[in-house]
Design a protein around this ligand. Structure first.
Ligand code: CA
Length: 512
C-alpha cells in the first residue's frame, strides 16, 4: 500500500511534471545577418556585445548551413523541416506559403506550448499554427511599419505603428511575454527582425555611428571572378555597379518618415552627402566610398538589433525566465559584406551559406562551447520538437541537434550537406545551382549552364580558384559527386527542376 499511493500520485502528476520540464523557446531571427558581422564569430568590422553574451553563455555553431540562401525559402524550411522542393516555397515568389501543411509551431501546440510570431514573416500567407501573431506585411519598412495581427474576435486586421521597426518589434515581443502569453504553459516565441535587410536604413540612435571612421575592407572586395565558372561574373550585386541611390542614401531617404524623423535623418545624411558630392569621386575611390556608406548603414542596423537583444535578455534575467528558456539567435542566411565585391546572398559560397547560430540553455549547453558539426536550418523544426518532448514526424528531413547541444555528437551525424538555389531568372541574376559540401571541400553545379566548381576551403577559404577537373582532386571530386547523387535521392529532389513557375532557360549551345 505504501508503495502504491506514491506510484498512483506520480502517474497522475506525470503530465504536469512533464510540462514543468518543457523549456520555453525564444527564437530570435534576423534577415540577412552574416555571421562575420558578429564579434563572437570573429568580425573585424563591428562589436555585438549581446550576441557575444549568448555565445559566452551558450554554444556557437561554426557550420550552420542554409539549404537555399534566400529569405522566404529559408523561413519555409525552418517551419517545415523540409527542403524547398517539398515545402513548395522555392524562391521569393508570388504564391504564398502553403500554411495548411505540417509545421513545427502547430506540433508544439499539441504538446502544450503557446506559440507566437512577432516581426518579419515574409511568406505572403497569414501565419498559421500560432496562438498569436503580429507581423510585418511583406518586407515591411524600417520606419513606421503597418503590421498584421488579429482583433479580439480573431479577425485579421492591419495596425499602424510609429517608430523604428527594430524597436517596435522588440516592444511587441516584450509586451507579449509580459502580458499576453498564457503563463501556465511553456512558450515558443519567434521574435523576428526585418533588419539588417536591404536597404539598411538605420534607426535614429545609430544614424551617425561610425562617422569619421574607416571600416576595414574585405580581402576580396576587388575580386575579378576569374578562376570560377561564368556564373560569378554574370551576377548583378556588386558594390561598384549595382547599389542604387536609395541603397546609398543619396535620395530623400525613407518616404514614410514623420516630420520629426525626417529632421533627424536629414541632419545625419545631409552634411555627409554634401561632402560626397563636392568630392566628385571617380573609379576606385568611388567604389571605396560606396563600400563605406553601404557597410556602415548595414552595421548600424545590426547594432540596433544587438541593443534590442540586450533589452530582451535583461527582461529574461529580471523575471527569472532566463533559467528555463532556451534562447536561439540566427538569421535566414549569410550575406556579402563587400566580399567578392558584393552585397546580397543566394550563392553556395561560404559568406551566404553560413547562418549564425548561437544557443543558450542554462544547465544544458556548456557555456562558451563551440561546435563544428554540419547543422542546418533544416534541423531547427526537429530540434524544437525534440526539446519540447514532441514526436518528430518521419517526413521531416533534418535531424534534431539536441545531442549536439548536450555536447554529444552522434557517430552517424551528417558528413555532407546538400544545397539548392532556384531563383533565376530573378533579382541579382545568380544562376540556379545545387551542390554538396563536407565542410572542407565543396562541389557546385550550375545546372542551367552545365558548369561545375570545386573548392578546397582549407587552401582557398575565399573560394577564388575552382579546382574542378584538377587531377590532384580527382578522388575528392568523385567522392563528392557520389555524395551529391546520394543526397539528391535521399532528399527526394526531382530529376527535373521542380520550379515550373518560371521557364528554365536552355543552356547555351556548346561550340563545335
Ligand atoms: Ca534574408
Amino acid at each position: 500500500m505504501n508503495r502504491v499511493i506514491p506510484f498512483v500520485l506520480g502517474l497522475l502528476l506525470l503530465p504536469f511534471l512533464h510540462a514543468a520540464q518543457q523549456p520555453n523557446i525564444l527564437f530570435i531571427f534576423t534577415d540577412d545577418h552574416a555571421a562575420h558581422a558578429i564579434s563572437a564569430y570573429g568580425s573585424k568590422i563591428n562589436t555585438t556585445p549581446h550576441m557575444d553574451r549568448l555565445a559566452k553563455e551558450g554554444m556557437l555553431f561554426e557550420k550552420c548551413y542554409v539549404s537555399n540562401a534566400i529569405c522566404g525559402p529559408s523561413r519555409a524550411v525552418i517551419l517545415t523541416g523540409k527542403y524547398s522542393h517539398l515545402n513548395g516555397f522555392l524562391k521569393n515568389q508570388r504564391q504564398p506559403f502553403d500554411g495548411s501543411q505540417q509545421t513545427f509551431p502547430k506540433l508544439l501546440r499539441k504538446v502544450g506550448y503557446t506559440t507566437a510570431v512577432i516581426g518579419k514573416w515574409h511568406l505572403k500567407s497569414t501565419p498559421t499554427g500560432f496562438d498569436y501573431f503580429d507581423v510585418l506585411i511583406g518586407q515591411g519598412p524600417y520606419y513606421n511599419p503597418p503590421m498584421k495581427t488579429t482583433d479580439e474576435e480573431g479577425k485579421v486586421i492591419t495596425e499602424k505603428n510609429t517608430g523604428y521597426t527594430t524597436d517596435i518589434i522588440t516592444d511587441k515581443a516584450l509586451a507579449w511575454l509580459k502580458n499576453d502569453r498564457k503563463k501556465d504553459k511553456p512558450f515558443m516565441l519567434m521574435y523576428q527582425h526585418k533588419a539588417p535587410h536591404r536597404n539598411w536604413q538605420p534607426g535614429p540612435k545609430h544614424l551617425t555611428m561610425f562617422d569619421g571612421e574607416d571600416i576595414p575592407e574585405p580581402e576580396t572586395l576587388w575580386d575579378d571572378y576569374k578562376g570560377r565558372t561564368s556564373a560569378a561574373g554574370k551576377q548583378t550585386m556588386t558594390i561598384a555597379r549595382h547599389l542604387n541611390d536609395n541603397d546609398l542614401k543619396l535620395n530623400q531617404g525613407p518616404r514614410n518618415l514623420t516630420p520629426e524623423q525626417r529632421k533627424v535623418w536629414e541632419a545625419a545624411y545631409g552634411p555627409k552627402n554634401e561632402a560626397f558630392r563636392k568630392a566628385n569621386l571617380q573609379g576606385e575611390a568611388l567604389v571605396k566610398w560606396k563600400y563605406q556608406r553601404y557597410i556602415k548603414d548595414y552595421l548600424r542596423c545590426v547594432q540596433s538589433v544587438d541593443d534590442n537583444l540586450g533589452r530582451v535578455l535583461d527582461y529574461l534575467d529580471e523575471t527569472g525566465l532566463a533559467k528555463n528558456t532556451i534562447v536561439i539567435y540566427s538569421s535566414d542566411q549569410g550575406w556579402y559584406l563587400g566580399d567578392h565585391g558584393w552585397y546580397d546572398k543566394r550563392w553556395m559560397y561560404e559568406e551566404s551559406l553560413v547562418m549564425p547560430l548561437l544557443v543558450r540553455w542554462p544547465g544544458v549547453v556548456k557555456p562558451g562551447s563551440r561546435n563544428s558539426d554540419i547543422v542546418s536550418n533544416l534541423d531547427f523544426a526537429e530540434t524544437f520538437l525534440d526539446i519540447a518532448g514532441a514526436k518528430i514526424p518521419k517526413d521531416m528531413q533534418g535531424t534534431s541537434i539536441l545531442p549536439l547541444l548536450k555536447g554529444q555528437t552522434p557517430k552517424d551525424w551528417r558528413t555532407h550537406f546538400y544545397y539548392h538555389y532556384y531563383e533565376f531568372p530573378g533579382a541579382h541574376s545568380v544562376a540556379r545551382h545545387y551542390g554538396v559540401t563536407n565542410g572542407r571541400h565543396k562541389l557546385i553545379y550550375f545546372y542551367q549552364n552545365n558548369e561545375w566548381e570545386l573548392f578546397d576551403l582549407g587552401k582557398d577559404p575565399n573560394e577564388l580558384s575552382s579546382v574542378y577537373g584538377n587531377s590532384d582532386y580527382s578522388k575528392v571530386q568523385t567522392d563528392l559527386l557520389a555524395e551529391l547523387k546520394r543526397l539528391r535521392v535521399q532528399y527526394k529532389v526531382p530529376e527535373k527542376d521542380p520550379d515550373s513557375a518560371t521557364k528554365t532557360p536552355k543552356p547555351p549551345k556548346k561550340k563545335k
